[in-house]
Write a new protein. Structure first.
Length: 302
């Protein structure tokens, strides 16, 4: 966001930045609220079940904690460790979301810059008509400099997208596999607790399932949006007004063709290079989890 070619010189681009800022803050609050409600439910469950000495997670300790003195100490230590691990996961999800949304904001503003490049360059040459404008040396230099700055910004964003893809690819493959298993197992637990009429356990499982599904949905949605926005740069260049005669300036036509060729194959964030992170991949994962859950429930009935 601190790139020297990141242009916020117009009110429209400042509004675009504000839109993405509001989206980022809104989804941050939503994920934190859902995650915090899930953690609170896990904290409350040991206090309302029928067991006298129970912890929020089933763990084995090298000592006996089922006593009036050791249980409170062990309970609060488990709360601290569990809360730290939970918020560590949430913060990592939010960091990934923040990186992706920064890229989306840069793509959106860059697309606006390409689309209105002629309008921005004409501001200092309002006394010239169209014929005089495109033959004016100062205007040609200004346009070429402006186009070069935007091309450098485009390369900068593409490099950042490639780096993020390489960083996220292996862990996202593992997360897809783990999330598929989690959705299936938590769904099975939801059915089991609803049959046993354990309201607290059912609510805890429901919130946990909701956070996992919503967090992965948000990530897949924004990753698909990266593909859409990177391809939209080509559309912005195509509608930039090049047909008015600016392509007669030496070097402009070849630069525009290179940008269009680069945008014709947009960058895609993937999981291990095997699955594209998109809403289609998310739907496939949910269908797979549901199919596995159906098989488990059928075995349970038998």
């Amino acid at each position: 966001m601190n790139s020297p070619n990141f242009d916020l010189s117009t009110d429209e681009r400042k509004k675009l930045l504000q839109v993405w800022q509001r989206r980022s803050v809104g989804y941050l609050k939503l994920l934190l609220a859902l995650g915090t409600c899930t953690v609170i439910a896990w904290h409350i469950y040991p206090l309302v079940d029928d067991l006298d000495y129970n912890l929020m997670v089933p763990i084995r300790l090298p000592f006996t904690y089922q006593s009036q003195l050791r249980y409170p100490i062990t309970y609060f230590l488990v709360i601290i460790v569990f809360s730290y691990m939970s918020y560590f996961v949430m913060v990592n999800d939010l960091i990934i979301q923040a990186h992706v949304m920064h890229l989306l904001c840069q793509y959106t503003i860059l697309g606006d810059c390409f689309k209105h490049i002629l309008r921005d360059c004409k501001l200092e040459f309002r006394d010239l008509n169209e014929t005089q404008l495109y033959s004016n040396k100062n205007f040609q230099q200004k346009y070429k400099k402006r186009l070069g700055d935007l091309i450098r910004q485009h390369k900068y964003i593409l490099n950042n997208t490639s780096d993020l893809r390489d960083i996220l690819s292996p862990p996202m493959l593992a997360q897809l596999a783990v999330s598929t298993t989690l959705i299936c197992s938590i769904g099975y637990q939801l059915v089991a607790t609803s049959i046993n009429v354990n309201v607290t356990k059912w609510l805890m499982s429901l919130l946990y399932l909701g956070y996992n599904m919503f967090g992965l949905y948000i990530l897949c949605r924004w990753c698909e949006e990266v593909k859409i926005q990177s391809k939209a740069i080509g559309d912005a260049v195509y509608f930039s007004g090049w047909e008015e005669g600016i392509t007669q300036v030496p070097g402009v036509r070849s630069s525009i063709i290179l940008i269009l060729a680069r945008c014709n194959k947009p960058l895609v964030l993937s999981a291990g290079g095997m699955y594209d992170l998109s809403l289609e991949a998310y739907a496939t994962m949910v269908k797979t989890s549901y199919s596995a859950l159906t098989v488990l429930l059928r075995f349970r009935q038998n």
